[in-house]
Design a protein around this ligand. Sequence first.
Ligand SMILES: O=P(O)(O)OP(=O)(O)OP(=O)(O)OC[C@H]1O[C@@H](n2cnc3c(O)ncnc32)[C@H](O)[C@@H]1O
Ligand SMILES: [Mg+2]
Length: 190
Amino acid sequence: MSSRRLVFVTGNQGKLNEVRAILAAGTPPIEIESRNLDIPELQGTPQEVAREKCRRAAELIGSPCITEDTALCFEAFNGLPGPYIKHFLQELGQEGLNRLLVGFDTKEAWALCTCAYSAGPGTEPLLFEGRTDGKIVPPRGSKNFGWNPVFEAEDTGKTYAEMDMEEKNKISHRFRALEKLKAHLLSLTM
Ligand SMILES: O=P(O)(O)OP(=O)(O)OP(=O)(O)OC[C@H]1O[C@@H](n2cnc3c(O)ncnc32)[C@H](O)[C@@H]1O
Ligand SMILES: [Mg+2]
């Protein structure tokens, strides 16, 4: 890695806090510079949405950057709402996400982080995915970030909102995606 700084383009403070903490805690630590831009998101699969957002972000800022997209995927809906979870959460709220699944046998879900890295304008972004399995439950814990209170992570008995950030950052979809990004960036310096 030529420098241990990365520009993260996001309009979401919760994501920024976690990405910063995860990358600062790694070896070597990577410092995040943030650009608060709301990049329009095209419809498509999580991979298409992620790749296009990163391409546009790099063009807008004129330099290498990372972006990330977080999908919350319901087993009963074959992976939807997926990348559209933001709008479902905005319109229906946390209770509404639970109500959607009434009548379905499975409440299983997975959180998917697709982190995209662009080496600069005009280059094809690379994608790094991280997934954490769990289920959708009635809200528990602090209501400070997105759908954290309604996602109970597998084998923990806790919703993301019942974990402190350090605990979440050890098992989260975001941590798993960033581990892969880090491995890639380190391989570039060898
Ligand atoms: O500017 P960008 O980075 O796109 O930020 P965004 O808020 O638009 O983010 P997404 O498009 O990825 O939408 C994902 C939605 O899921 C929420 N979210 C993302 N990561 C989360 C996490 O780890 N825990 C809980 N909610 C999360 C987030 O607040 C959004 O409502
Ligand atoms: Mg967005």
